[in-house]
Design a protein around this ligand. Structure first.
Ligand code: GRG
Length: 296
């Protein structure tokens, strides 16, 4: 039987899926191909880690509410757009994502670009639909997402990633790249989930940032380990694609064993950062464990 915690994590997924279902247009009318591509890319088996982090951060504060699902949906739509664009021929040029054809293979390249664009702007629209929040907090949420998903976060990380293909990177440079490319949106998920409760203290937000930064990097290290160790079937994307694309990875720089111990060290740091919270942060603790021990 699923544990209480598993049931809670499952309920996070159900809540964000219901919200995404509500706001992503149904495929009808003249732009139906665009909407179909957007829905295809959002409802095809993502793990919903970032939405779960939003809910778990709100629950750590003791106050997830009707805004949490909207913030979680916003972050997941940014994530879905980033994967669509990352898979394009001009970027990583991947045919397979989550075990099915990537958006530009299933539809076409122009539609995939537009589907990403559409999801990105819908994400920001969600943040204009939050209830009972002072304007200062609402604006802060928009600023955080703009920063961490944009050129102060994910987009700059992706730019560095593309520029460094085929080059030797130091461990510090690799940390910079991934703190931006992968870590920034994970940090946004946690901090925004907490802030949207309107009850988080500065001390709590600081602790959650430390948690998110540690687990964000651990997420990427585990991703690199899986790229070496897992199968294409299990991953749902082409195994070994990093080395095929001549990318610097934690496993290529540190070796498999050191990459594993680094992921464990960061996992411990993330758990330590939660020491000011009681059992209310157990979902965050469970998610940290899942992120470092996941097999897909
Ligand atoms: C195109 C602006 C732009 C950014 C792309 C996120 C990203 C930046 C690229 C994805 C490349 C990649 C595989 C990064 C590793 C970490 C990562 C984001 C993995 C995918 O996230 P999961 O495992 O995906 O949460 P699911 O499918 O479960 O949603």
């Amino acid at each position: 039987m699923a544990s209480e915690l598993d049931q809670l994590l499952h309920s996070y997924t159900q809540q964000v899926d219901a919200q995404l279902e509500l706001i992503i247009p149904q495929a009808a009318g003249p732009a139906s191909k665009l909407y179909k591509a957007m829905r295809y890319s959002v409802f095809n088996g993502g793990k919903r880690v970032r939405p779960a982090l939003c809910f778990a951060a709100a629950d750590a504060i003791g106050a997830s509410n009707s805004n949490t699902a909207k913030v979680a949906a916003a972050v997941e739509m940014i994530h879905a757009y980033s994967l669509i664009h990352d898979d394009l021929p001009a970027m990583d040029d991947d045919d397979l994502r989550r075990g099915v054809p990537t958006c530009h293979i299933k539809f076409d390249e122009a539609t995939a670009i537009l589907a990403g664009d559409g999801l990105q702007s819908l994400a920001f629209k969600q943040l204009t639909e939050l209830a009972d929040l002072p304007a200062s907090i609402n604006l802060k949420l928009i600023a955080i997402l703009s920063d961490l998903a944009g050129c102060n976060g994910m987009v700059s990380g992706q730019a560095v990633d593309l520029a460094s293909t085929g080059k030797q990177l130091s461990a510090d440079e690799l940390d910079y790249m991934h703190n931006h490319k992968t870590g920034a949106l994970i940090e946004a998920s946690v901090v925004m989930g907490a802030l949207a409760t309107h009850q988080a203290t500065d001390t709590q937000i600081e602790a959650l940032k430390q948690y998110a930064r540690a687990i964000g990097l651990a997420f990427q290290i585990q991703d690199d380990i899986l790229d070496v160790e897992s199968s294409t079937e299990e991953l749902g994307k082409s195994q070994g694609s990093d080395s095929a694309n001549d990318k610097a990875t934690y496993t290529s720089i540190l070796g498999l064993e050191k990459a594993r111990s680094e992921a464990e060290r960061l996992h411990q740091n993330s758990v330590d950062a939660l020491s000011i919270f009681s059992a209310s942060a157990d979902p965050l603790r469970a998610l940290a464990k899942f992120i470092v021990h996941r097999s897909f």
